[in-house]
Design a protein around this ligand. Sequence first.
Ligand code: OSB
Ligand code: MG
Length: 387
Amino acid sequence: MRLEQVVMQFISLPLKTPFETSFGMEDTKRAWLVAVTGEGITGYGECVSFDQPLYTEETHASCYYAIRDHILPRLRGEIGHPREVFTRLQQIRGNFMAKAAVETAIWDWWAKSQSRPLYQILGGDNRRIPVGVAIGIQPDVQQLCQAAEGFWEQGYRRLKIKIRPQWDVEPLAAVRRHLGSEVPIMADANSAYTLGEADHLRQLDPLGLMMIEQPLAYDDIIEHGKLAQKIITPICLDESLRTLDNVAQAWKIGALGVVNLKLGRVGGYVPALAIEKFARSRQIPLWCGGMLETGIGRAHNLHLATLSGFTLPGDTSASTRYFDHDIITDPFVLNSDGTLTVPEKPGIGVSPDMKRIRDVLVYEEVFRVPAESLSAAAQHERRFPER
Ligand code: OSB
Ligand code: MG
C-alpha cells in the first residue's frame, strides 16, 4: 500500500479538571492528530507530545518538524507491512513520540485495509482491559482522599497518585488509611527525587504500595538500580525506558521491578511489541501507561493492552476521566468490573467526531505524497481553520 496524503491537525481540548504532576500543570489537552490516507482508507494516530519539554525532551513543535522533514519523506513508496515503518525510521535518533504518531496511524490504516480489528493483527486476545486511574497532585490531603475514593467507587482497579517532595508520604498514608489496606495504590514521582533521598523514600515502604514509578532522573537507569537496594517498594520505570535495550539493561542490573509501556515513549508498535515480549518471557510485570490521550490515542493503548504481557491495570481510563466531550463518536466508558472494552470494528475501531474536531481545531496542514521523487515537505498545504 502507498500513502497518498497525511493530514496533521493540532487540537486544543479542555480537560475536565487540571492535571498536576511534579513537572507541571495541564488544564488543556493539546495534541497533533495524524491522519494517513492511501487507497481510499484513512488511519489515525495521536502524538503524545506536550507544549514544553518537561516529561521528556519532545514538544509539539519538535514533533511537527520531525514528522514533516524527517518521517514523512521516508514513507514514500510501497509499504508492504506496517512493521517496515519502524525500520525505515530507525536511522532517525530519538523523536519517539513523533515516530509513534505516524507509525500507529499506519497500523490503523493497515488493519482497516485487512478489515480486521488492530488487536487481532497485533496478536492480542483480551477484549476487556482492566484499568486504573492516575490522580494528579491535589490542593490538600482531604481533596486527594475524596478523589481517590470517588475513582475507587467508580470501579477503577488501581489508583496511581502523583507525588513530589512535600507531597508524598503524608498524602499517600492518608489515602491508605482512608481506603484501607486492600486497595491497590501506587505512586508516580516523574523524576522528582535524587538517590540522596533514599532514606526519605524508605518511609513509603510500610504503606504497601504496588510500586513507585520513575523516582529518579528521566534518563537514569544505574541509580534506580542502587535505589532498588535501599527500598522495598518495587520500582517501575517510565521516562527512562525508550528502547528495548533500556529495558534489558535496567532488568539486568536490578533497576526494574515493573514496566510502564507507552507507545509514544518508545516510538510505536514495533518497539512496544518487542518490549512486551521481553517482559512476558521474563515474567516482568507490565502495564500500559497513558498520556492524557484523546479517544484516538486511548484506542491505540487499548489495542496494545490486549497482549498477554500486560499483567497489571494501566492508565487507560475512560474518556470521561479527562473530557466532557471527547473527539470520537463513541467515547470509552468504564464497565462495572473496572474494564474498558476494546472496539471490534476494523483498525482501532473508533471514529473521529469530525464536528467536535472542527470545534477544537487550532491549525491544520495537509501533506500530499503523490510521487516518489518529491519530498513531502515540499508539497504541503497550510490551512488555518475558520473558528
Ligand atoms: O508519568 O505517566 C506519566 C500524564 C502525562 C505525562 C506523564 C504521565 C501522565 C500520567 C497520566 O500519569 C496518565 C493518564 O491518565 O493518561
Ligand atoms: Mg509516569
